[in-house]
Design a protein around this ligand. Structure first.
Ligand code: GLA
Length: 742
């Protein structure tokens, strides 16, 4: 991002004094006491009070003139210390959950932040304005910078803090949340995500009552199976897709997270969001700065749909790695071959993938190990040499073979982990996460490597680097991580710094990614973590996509992808067609239903293609061709959800509309028998231009039964009356392409 400083704002307290603790306020003009951060449609408003506290007033609809907030009487009791701060610290008068809690070097437990100055920088050609508000404790030399970045077009704000210890000795940070957001409404309907392995991102709504509800994870790695560091909060009424004021939030952090929702005694909702303080006291040395990850917020004036579209736009432009690059369609070997393959199995799969028009082949687990060949998941992890018995001509041969067939080539690694039965574990027992004298539990027969240790970071980088060196034809890496932290302990960290493990692990991982991206800026890297264990915006800064779930059943995917897509754009959602009965659920769905589902994300296949009949292959070939026609709309278009699978009718419909509204694609699924009620289905469309005429084409069918197929229909009609395909039987589905008619 190109940057330009647009204003150096007021210093109305004299500049931060490191040694002097006496703070004297200078007078400051009213104009300078109001901080009104704006995007296209939103404002976030703070003021500097007469007591120098930075107060928070408003996040929502745009307000041009925020000066009345200066004299506003607090909606809470000021004399109770319950007034809304912009970044709340523990101590002084506060008794609510705080974003920051510090024990100062002299044992003082209080922190009272007061405003020092703020400055703004314009970035990204003016679309982004970063405001850095410097605060310091009223007594102790501790500096806190609250950094709020406004993304104008996308209507997104991000918040983070930098905490600097200016004391002579270390201080202890207990809470170090990225942001504190007070919200005021009559009622708060929290929509959050829950699940487990193969059941990620299911959604549930709860009416927040007084007290605290938290979304959190304490597993260190693989943090997003059970919950997700994101939410959709509807104000005053239950979440609606198209109407109402709704706040969306997501944290960009791949380690432990915690988002707290505290409805207080004044009915204000206080949201604190950031890294989880769980067992993570951080000893901040004199002169050291602690950086928190970014918390991302948007505010929609038109329901959940607005939240998703804002987040998707922001993510594609500013967060997801290389979001503009076209994602290739692919065949992944896992469910088709598992560990049982040789060179011929793979070259046959490549042949078949090429025949049906796929663009990449990805060799999954099972290709490495020497003393302990990885022929099952019990051994060999950590030993990244090609198994010669299986693949005598190595990876380069396969990658070249793929290239000759017109395919790109990708390969699986899991560099943060090790099987106890491996040469790596034998040679480097001190690299394993463990506490001496305690058992080291295994998960999937593997241990975790200690990424707080720079030597381990070098090793993990080396795994990536060495694998890439196996062939210059590798253009995709599937980076897996199949266990979480247990029996926490690091042989590298000193005894009095063990609590740094959780944060340093993730920082170590990011160090490795930084090195990888310096050297390999173009390689497509998928983040997989037993399926959807790493679905969050921190990982997506380095990865182009995630493996959404190990559950490839198209019916399960309705809910998994609906939830994922609420926060994350379709271009990061790896979505594959697999066989039936499905290997996870045993469910049986028609091939068309499976294709129609997978085509609503980043499309791939994960099966043994030679087991497809000729008829199925023909269908696959034409569906893949269709996907290439609609891919850019799915990847880069605006998402509109038409029917939610949670409505309980056994129906799900969504659409993507290209930014210029000239093209759209509509997906419609039936997953419960409708009987006679199918006539009541209404698939009214959104996001189209009412003044345009659209040619409607049904895809993935031999012969369309839909009356509108090949007809030209007005946008006005499609918006008001809709496409109402007759989906009646279990697992019927329909897919329509709409193109502006000339
Ligand atoms: C994890 C991944 C799968 C597959 C296997 C390989 O479970 O989620 O997609 O790569 O590992 O062992």
């Amino acid at each position: 991002m190109n940057e330009r400083k647009i204003s150096l704002a007021v210093v109305f307290l004299f500049p931060l004094l490191i040694s002097s603790l006496a703070m004297k306020a200078k007078t400051v003009s009213n104009e300078d006491r109001v901080i009104n951060l704006q995007t296209k449609d939103l404002s976030m408003i703070m003021t500097v009070g007469k007591d120098s506290t930075l107060y928070f007033h408003h996040f929502g609809r745009k307000i041009e003139d925020a000066t009345p907030y200066l004299d506003k009487i607090s909606y809470r009791r000021l004399d109770y210390g319950t007034d809304p701060h912009a970044y709340l610290a523990a101590g002084g008068r506060n008794y609510r959950n705080s974003a920051l809690r510090v024990t100062h070097s002299d044992g003082d437990l209080n922190t009272e932040l007061i405003y020092v100055q703020h400055e703004q920088q314009e970035l990204s050609g003016g679309n982004v304005v970063m405001t850095t508000i410097t605060m310091q404790d009223r007594k102790q030399p501790l500096k806190v910078e609250l950094v709020v970045t406004a993304y104008r077009e996308e209507n997104v704000f991000t918040q983070k803090v930098n905490i600097t210890n200016l004391q002579k000795k270390e201080v202890v940070l207990h809470n170090f949340y990225s942001s504190y957001l007070p919200v005021r409404a009559k009622k708060y309907y929290l929509n959050s995500f829950y699940g487990a392995w193969t059941q990620e991102m299911f959604m549930e709504e709860s009416l927040l009552n007084h007290g605290v509800k938290s979304i959190e994870n304490q597993m260190g790695v693989r943090t997003t199976h059970t919950e997700n560091p994101s939410f959709v909060l509807s104000l005053d009424m239950p979440l609606n897709e198209h109407a109402g004021d709704v706040i969306g939030g997501a944290l960009a952090w791949s380690g432990n997270y915690k988002i707290n929702f505290q409805v207080d005694d004044f009915d204000i909702l206080n949201i604190t969001a950031g890294m989880n303080p769980y067992a993570s006291e951080y000893f901040l040395d004199s002169g050291e700065t602690f950086h928190t990850p970014e918390m991302i917020y948007t505010y929609s004036l038109n329901g959940a749909g607005g939240v998703s579209r804002n987040l998707h736009d922001w993510a594609r432009r500013y967060q997801v790695y290389d979001a503009d690059a076209t994602r290739p369609t692919l065949l992944n070997s896992w469910e088709g071959a598992y560990f049982r393959f040789d060179e011929k199995t793979i070259t046959d799969m490549i042949d078949d993938a090429a025949d049906i028009g796929l663009e990449m082949f990805v060799l999954d687990d099972g290709w490495f190990g020497s003393k302990y060949p990885r022929n099952n998941d019990k051994q060999g992890l950590g030993d990244w040499q090609v198994i010669k018995d299986k693949l005598p001509r190595g990876i380069d041969y396969l990658a070249n073979y793929a290239e000759e067939k017109g395919l790109q080539f990708g390969i699986w690694i899991e560099p943060e982990m090790v099987n106890p039965k491996s040469e790596l574990a034998e040679n480097h027992p001190d690299w394993v996460v463990k506490t001496e004298g305690r058992p080291i539990p295994t998960i999937r027969d593997q241990w975790l490597l200690d990424l707080t240790n720079p030597e381990v970071q070098d090793f993990v980088f080396g795994v990536f680097d060495d694998v890439m060196k196996q062939s210059d034809k590798i253009s995709y890496i599937k980076w897996d991580a199949n266990r979480h932290v247990e029996s926490v302990g690091s042989a590298f960290l000193p005894a009095d710094r063990q609590s740094h493990f959780w944060i340093k692990y993730t920082q170590g991982l990011y160090n490795v990614y930084e090195r990888i991206r310096m050297k390999y800026p173009d390689v497509l890297i998928q983040a997989c973590s037993s399926g959807g264990g790493r679905v969050e915006y921190g990982i997506l800064k380095y990865h182009q996509e995630v493996w959404t779930s190990d559950n490839t059943d198209a019916r399960s995917r309705i809910f998994i992808q609906y939830g994922t897509n609420m926060i994350y754009p379709a271009l990061v959602i790896g979505s594959h067609v697999s066989v039936v009965p499905n290997h996870q659920s045993k469910n049986i769905t028609p091939l068309k239903f499976r294709f129609d589902m997978a085509m609503s994300g980043r499309f791939g296949m994960e099966l043994q293609p030679k087991n497809l009949s000729e008829e199925e292959k023909l269908f696959a070939k034409s569906a893949i061709e269709n996907y290439k026609r609609i891919r850019d709309i799915v990847m880069q278009g605006d998402l509109y959800r038409i029917i939610s699978p949670y409505e309980g009718k056994g129906l799900y419909a969504l659409m993507y509309v290209s930014k210029d509204k000239k093209r759209a694609v509509v997906f419609d699924y039936c997953f419960e028998y409708q009987g006679r009620t199918h006539n009541s289905q209404s698939v009214k469309l959104f996001g189209l231009d009412p003044a345009k005429e659209y040619k409607v084409t049904e895809l993935n069918v031999d012969k369309s039964n839909y009356w509108g197929n090949n007809k030209v229909v007005s946008g006005e009609y499609l918006i008001n009356e809709g496409l109402n395909p007759k989906l009646e039987k279990m697992y019927e589905s329909a897919l329509f392409l709409l193109e502006e008619a000339n």
